[in-house]
Design a protein. Structure first.
Length: 193
Protein backbone atom coordinates (compact mmCIF):
# COMPACT_ATOMS: atom_id res chain seq x y z
CA UNK A 1 0.00 0.00 0.00
CA UNK A 2 1.26 3.44 -0.98
CA UNK A 3 -1.10 5.22 1.43
CA UNK A 4 -2.26 4.81 5.01
CA UNK A 5 -5.39 6.03 6.76
CA UNK A 6 -4.51 8.78 9.23
CA UNK A 7 -7.73 10.50 10.34
CA UNK A 8 -11.52 10.43 10.13
CA UNK A 9 -14.23 12.97 10.98
CA UNK A 10 -17.73 14.13 10.10
CA UNK A 11 -18.07 16.74 7.34
CA UNK A 12 -21.43 18.51 7.04
CA UNK A 13 -21.88 20.19 3.64
CA UNK A 14 -24.62 22.14 1.90
CA UNK A 15 -25.63 18.89 0.17
CA UNK A 16 -25.55 16.57 3.16
CA UNK A 17 -23.46 14.99 5.87
CA UNK A 18 -20.35 13.11 4.81
CA UNK A 19 -17.59 11.23 6.57
CA UNK A 20 -14.15 12.62 5.76
CA UNK A 21 -11.18 10.23 5.68
CA UNK A 22 -7.59 11.55 5.51
CA UNK A 23 -4.84 9.48 3.90
CA UNK A 24 -1.09 10.01 3.75
CA UNK A 25 1.31 8.70 1.13
CA UNK A 26 3.91 6.54 2.86
CA UNK A 27 6.89 7.81 0.84
CA UNK A 28 6.07 11.46 0.16
CA UNK A 29 3.79 12.31 3.12
CA UNK A 30 1.37 13.99 0.66
CA UNK A 31 -2.27 13.92 1.74
CA UNK A 32 -5.42 12.78 -0.05
CA UNK A 33 -8.99 12.53 1.20
CA UNK A 34 -12.11 10.48 0.64
CA UNK A 35 -15.63 11.76 1.26
CA UNK A 36 -18.14 9.02 2.02
CA UNK A 37 -21.88 9.53 1.85
CA UNK A 38 -24.28 6.93 3.21
CA UNK A 39 -23.63 3.22 3.53
CA UNK A 40 -20.88 2.20 1.11
CA UNK A 41 -20.94 -1.49 1.94
CA UNK A 42 -23.45 -2.05 -0.88
CA UNK A 43 -22.56 -3.68 -4.18
CA UNK A 44 -21.07 -1.42 -6.83
CA UNK A 45 -20.86 1.96 -5.09
CA UNK A 46 -20.91 5.22 -7.08
CA UNK A 47 -17.33 6.52 -7.00
CA UNK A 48 -15.66 9.67 -8.29
CA UNK A 49 -11.88 10.13 -8.36
CA UNK A 50 -11.46 13.88 -8.58
CA UNK A 51 -7.97 15.23 -9.11
CA UNK A 52 -7.19 18.45 -7.30
CA UNK A 53 -7.70 21.64 -9.29
CA UNK A 54 -7.32 24.73 -7.14
CA UNK A 55 -8.24 27.07 -10.00
CA UNK A 56 -11.40 25.17 -10.94
CA UNK A 57 -12.50 23.81 -7.56
CA UNK A 58 -11.86 26.84 -5.35
CA UNK A 59 -11.40 29.81 -7.70
CA UNK A 60 -14.27 28.94 -10.11
CA UNK A 61 -12.11 28.99 -13.25
CA UNK A 62 -13.87 28.55 -16.57
CA UNK A 63 -10.64 27.28 -18.25
CA UNK A 64 -11.51 23.70 -17.31
CA UNK A 65 -14.50 21.60 -16.28
CA UNK A 66 -13.06 20.53 -12.92
CA UNK A 67 -15.13 22.67 -10.57
CA UNK A 68 -18.29 21.75 -12.46
CA UNK A 69 -17.38 18.06 -12.22
CA UNK A 70 -16.65 18.26 -8.48
CA UNK A 71 -19.99 19.86 -7.67
CA UNK A 72 -21.92 17.57 -10.00
CA UNK A 73 -20.24 14.46 -8.59
CA UNK A 74 -21.13 15.40 -5.01
CA UNK A 75 -24.74 16.08 -6.01
CA UNK A 76 -24.96 12.76 -7.90
CA UNK A 77 -23.55 10.84 -4.93
CA UNK A 78 -26.11 12.42 -2.60
CA UNK A 79 -28.96 11.68 -5.06
CA UNK A 80 -27.73 8.08 -5.29
CA UNK A 81 -27.99 7.84 -1.49
CA UNK A 82 -24.43 6.62 -1.04
CA UNK A 83 -21.04 6.96 -2.66
CA UNK A 84 -17.42 7.97 -2.43
CA UNK A 85 -15.49 10.95 -3.73
CA UNK A 86 -11.72 10.57 -3.60
CA UNK A 87 -10.03 13.97 -3.74
CA UNK A 88 -6.76 13.02 -5.40
CA UNK A 89 -4.29 15.76 -4.56
CA UNK A 90 -2.21 15.76 -7.72
CA UNK A 91 -2.69 19.29 -9.04
CA UNK A 92 -2.43 19.92 -12.77
CA UNK A 93 -2.35 16.22 -13.65
CA UNK A 94 0.44 16.01 -11.06
CA UNK A 95 2.76 18.69 -12.43
CA UNK A 96 2.04 20.98 -9.47
CA UNK A 97 0.38 24.36 -9.15
CA UNK A 98 3.27 26.55 -10.36
CA UNK A 99 3.87 24.38 -13.41
CA UNK A 100 0.14 24.40 -14.08
CA UNK A 101 0.23 28.22 -14.14
CA UNK A 102 3.21 27.99 -16.51
CA UNK A 103 1.16 25.62 -18.69
CA UNK A 104 -1.73 28.11 -18.63
CA UNK A 105 0.67 30.78 -19.91
CA UNK A 106 1.72 28.52 -22.79
CA UNK A 107 -1.96 27.89 -23.51
CA UNK A 108 -2.58 31.64 -23.52
CA UNK A 109 -0.05 31.75 -26.37
CA UNK A 110 -1.65 28.99 -28.45
CA UNK A 111 -0.53 25.63 -27.04
CA UNK A 112 -3.16 23.09 -26.09
CA UNK A 113 -3.05 21.41 -22.66
CA UNK A 114 -1.03 18.40 -23.89
CA UNK A 115 1.46 20.54 -25.83
CA UNK A 116 1.89 22.85 -22.83
CA UNK A 117 2.72 19.95 -20.49
CA UNK A 118 5.12 18.50 -23.07
CA UNK A 119 6.91 21.87 -23.52
CA UNK A 120 7.44 21.94 -19.76
CA UNK A 121 9.01 18.48 -19.86
CA UNK A 122 6.01 16.49 -18.61
CA UNK A 123 3.81 13.79 -20.07
CA UNK A 124 0.23 14.74 -20.90
CA UNK A 125 -0.85 13.10 -17.62
CA UNK A 126 1.53 12.42 -14.73
CA UNK A 127 -1.07 11.26 -12.18
CA UNK A 128 -0.66 8.08 -10.11
CA UNK A 129 -4.09 6.44 -9.81
CA UNK A 130 -2.67 3.48 -7.88
CA UNK A 131 -3.03 5.66 -4.78
CA UNK A 132 -6.78 5.76 -5.41
CA UNK A 133 -6.96 1.98 -5.78
CA UNK A 134 -5.19 1.68 -2.42
CA UNK A 135 -7.69 4.10 -0.82
CA UNK A 136 -10.63 2.05 -2.13
CA UNK A 137 -9.04 -1.15 -0.82
CA UNK A 138 -8.38 0.40 2.61
CA UNK A 139 -12.06 1.43 2.74
CA UNK A 140 -13.11 -2.12 1.90
CA UNK A 141 -14.66 -1.17 -1.44
CA UNK A 142 -14.66 -4.06 -3.91
CA UNK A 143 -17.04 -2.97 -6.71
CA UNK A 144 -17.64 0.53 -8.05
CA UNK A 145 -19.60 2.45 -10.61
CA UNK A 146 -16.96 4.93 -11.73
CA UNK A 147 -18.08 8.49 -12.44
CA UNK A 148 -15.59 9.46 -15.16
CA UNK A 149 -14.96 10.37 -18.78
CA UNK A 150 -11.31 9.24 -18.59
CA UNK A 151 -10.56 5.77 -20.04
CA UNK A 152 -7.09 5.80 -18.41
CA UNK A 153 -8.67 5.77 -14.93
CA UNK A 154 -10.76 2.74 -15.88
CA UNK A 155 -7.82 0.86 -17.38
CA UNK A 156 -5.49 1.51 -14.43
CA UNK A 157 -8.04 0.71 -11.73
CA UNK A 158 -9.04 -2.54 -13.46
CA UNK A 159 -5.36 -3.58 -13.65
CA UNK A 160 -5.05 -2.85 -9.93
CA UNK A 161 -7.92 -5.16 -9.02
CA UNK A 162 -10.80 -2.70 -8.68
CA UNK A 163 -13.99 -4.20 -10.13
CA UNK A 164 -15.70 -1.48 -12.21
CA UNK A 165 -19.23 -2.59 -12.98
CA UNK A 166 -20.23 0.56 -14.85
CA UNK A 167 -18.85 3.83 -16.20
CA UNK A 168 -21.09 6.77 -15.41
CA UNK A 169 -20.45 9.79 -17.68
CA UNK A 170 -19.78 13.19 -16.10
CA UNK A 171 -20.17 15.74 -18.87
CA UNK A 172 -20.75 19.19 -17.41
CA UNK A 173 -19.45 22.74 -17.59
CA UNK A 174 -18.61 23.21 -21.28
CA UNK A 175 -18.26 26.91 -22.12
CA UNK A 176 -16.47 29.20 -24.58
CA UNK A 177 -13.41 29.38 -22.30
CA UNK A 178 -12.83 25.63 -22.03
CA UNK A 179 -14.14 24.27 -25.36
CA UNK A 180 -10.62 23.90 -26.84
CA UNK A 181 -9.39 22.28 -23.59
CA UNK A 182 -12.25 19.75 -23.65
CA UNK A 183 -11.74 19.04 -27.36
CA UNK A 184 -8.05 18.36 -26.64
CA UNK A 185 -8.97 15.96 -23.83
CA UNK A 186 -11.25 14.09 -26.23
CA UNK A 187 -9.01 14.15 -29.31
CA UNK A 188 -5.56 13.67 -27.74
CA UNK A 189 -6.30 11.86 -24.47
CA UNK A 190 -9.30 9.76 -25.46
CA UNK A 191 -11.74 11.22 -22.94
CA UNK A 192 -15.29 10.09 -23.65
CA UNK A 193 -17.04 13.42 -24.14
Amino acid sequence: MKVKLEAKSKLPTQWGNFLLFGFEEVLTKKNHIALIYGNVKHDSILTRIHSECLTGDALFSLRCDCGFQLKSAIIQIVKEGNGILIYHRQEGRNIGLINKIRAYSLQDNGADTVEANNKLGFAADERDFSLCADILKLLGIKKIKLLTNNPKKIEILLKLGINITERVPLIVGRNVNNAHYLDTKANKMGHML
